[in-house]
Design a protein around this ligand. Structure first.
Ligand code: GDG
Length: 481
């Protein structure tokens, strides 16, 4: 931590949120807890080794906090006012960019005040990073809330090596072009030396848009800027701490809890599971309808099968999320009312969030994991399920619109818009020969173990820190295509 003692970090992560949550005890004592998540797990060792700092909002509006140490991490809080939370975060990030980048499943809203706030908050993050980073430091900016930071930061600190990773999809031009501030976003991102996406298609969408909208020359995944700098755009599919999940799944406590869960569900033959943030991109409605219909059709018996759907509360102050909650409440009620029997509810719906141990126990308890987003950057739940199936049992039903589908090729693949197709895939997964499921699971587990979160972080950071020649020394692309 010697570098931080001097107040300057060699490695800086910038994300909308700090990786901690605050708890205030009844006696007023304040404690911080590291929020469990792959990103912290992956970056913690690098942060420790390099004397790193993490810059982000701490989660409470209208409050300024000094930088502090927690669990060996140097945390630098960025304040947000209540109005900025409403305009920059709930507004532009989650009411404009989120739906626009997810196939406009919900209509994005465009408001000029939201954009102004987005610019102002991105500038604040960039200024904070400019003060915290040591000369020549590596700075890694995370996600859609901070797309202007790379260029803003480069203007303040041209000596830095700047990387950006987008956790959500990057849309095709037909959709992206709706954005009134499309050019500013593209220019914001090209401030980075490396722009990472979940899938190659997203990197291609980005490069093409930069060529068409900003007018820079490009060649494959490279963008050539007029100042001689080049920007690389490439795919780095994110993953999970596979080893950590497997270890957790193997603990006797989790094993016992998994058995208990099955018993409390009435020891059915088949337990199906969905775990998602309650979000309109996750395809909850489509999957519940498909399940309700296979019971109604008599393809499976209500006494044999239970669907457990965990919907973690999310973005509850954004209108579309409130409406979604009511919508799903009604649908679950209708299906349970239509096809349930006394003491036999086909859907167990839980609007709550759970500790990691309980998540692992649910993964262990489920015969079929149902992951059916309408659009998803990656989907870590699918990978977590696979990592927890150390006995190679269980089946994964996976939407082809999740980034994870590119890697988990042995899953039962579905188009979530095709309810009949989804019914068929659910039935296939439920009734498959266990040896077939085991063959599929083994292959998927190998993939997740070999491509874990460390693999992801190392691949990105290696590329970010690899020396790049200025492009005037390189072969110019023929005709600048
Ligand atoms: C975005 C992109 C991309 C959920 N409920 C509980 C809980 N979780 C954890 C899961 C998983 C994570 O939250 C959710 O990750 P996903 O990838 O499934 O989805 P998003 O939140 O939409 O994440 C996505 C991801 O960023 C990473 O780049 O994959 O495409 O949309 O880890 O386990 N964890 C606990 N209790 C819960 O109730 N402890």
């Amino acid at each position: 931590m010697s570098t931080m003692a001097a107040g300057l970090a060699e490695f800086v992560v910038i994300a909308n949120r700090l990786p901690v949550d605050r708890f205030i005890a009844p006696d007023g004592t304040v404690t911080w807890r590291t929020s469990p998540g792959g990103l912290v797990t992956a970056l913690e060792p690098v942060m420790r080794r390099k004397g790193g700092a993490w810059i982000g909002w701490h989660g409470a509006p209208d409050e300024k906090l000094k930088p502090f140490e927690h669990d060996g991490l140097h945390l630098v809080p960025v304040p947000l006012s209540a109005q900025e939370v409403e305009e920059y975060y709930e507004g532009f990030s989650n009411g404009t960019l989120w739906p626009l980048y997810h196939d406009v499943i919900a209509p994005p809203e465009f408001h000029r005040e939201w954009w102004d706030s987005y610019v102002q908050v991105n500038q604040r993050f960039a200024e904070k990073a400019a003060r915290v980073a040591r000369r020549g430091a590596v700075v890694w900016v995370q996600d859609y809330q901070l797309q202007l930071v790379p260029t803003m930061l480069r203007e303040l600190r041209p000596d830095l090596r700047i990387g950006f990773f987008l956790h959500i999809p990057f849309p095709p031009r037909e959709l992206f072009q709706q954005l009134p501030w499309r050019r500013q976003i593209l220019e914001g991102l090209t401030g980075a030396d490396l722009v990472g996406f979940q899938l190659p298609g997203a990197a291609q969408n980005f490069v093409r848009l930069v060529r068409e909208r900003v007018g820079h020359k490009t060649h494959r995944g490279l963008i050539y800027l007029p100042d001689g700098r080049s920007v690389k755009a490439s795919a780095y599919p994110i993953s999970i701490d596979a080893h950590g999940f497997e270890q957790l799944a193997r603990t006797p406590g989790v094993d016992a809890r998994a058995k208990e869960i099955r018993e409390s569900l009435g020891s059915p033959k088949h337990v199906l599971l969905g775990i998602d943030r309650l979000d309109y991109t996750k395809g909850l409605r489509q999957r519940l309808r498909a399940f309700g219909e296979i019971i109604r059709d008599g393809s499976i018996d209500v006494d044999d099968s239970v669907f457990v759907q965990v919907a973690t509360p999310s973005r509850e102050r954004v209108d579309q999320y409130r409406l979604l909650r009511d919508d799903i409440d009604r649908l679950v009620g209708r299906i349970n009312g239509d096809v349930g029997r006394i003491g036999q509810q086909p859907i167990t719906y839980l609007h709550a969030s759970y500790p990691r141990e309980e998540m692992a126990a649910l993964y262990r308890a489920a015969d079929v994991m149902v992951v059916t987003p309408l659009r998803d950057g990656m989907n870590l739940v699918a990978k977590e399920y696979v990592a927890c199936r150390y006995d190679d049992n269980g089946a994964l039903v996976l939407s082809e619109f999740a980034g994870a589908a590119a890697e988990l090729r042995q899953a039962y693949r579905v188009n979530p818009y095709d309810i009949n197709g989804m019914k068929a895939a659910l039935l296939e997964a439920i009734t498959a020969d266990p040896r077939e499921n085991s063959r599929r699971m083994k292959a998927m587990r190998k993939h997740v173990v070999d491509h874990d979160i460390d693999h992801w972080a190392t691949a990105f950071l290696d590329d970010l820190t690899a020396p790049s020649e200025p492009h005037d020394k390189k072969m110019r692309p023929p005709g600048g295509s």
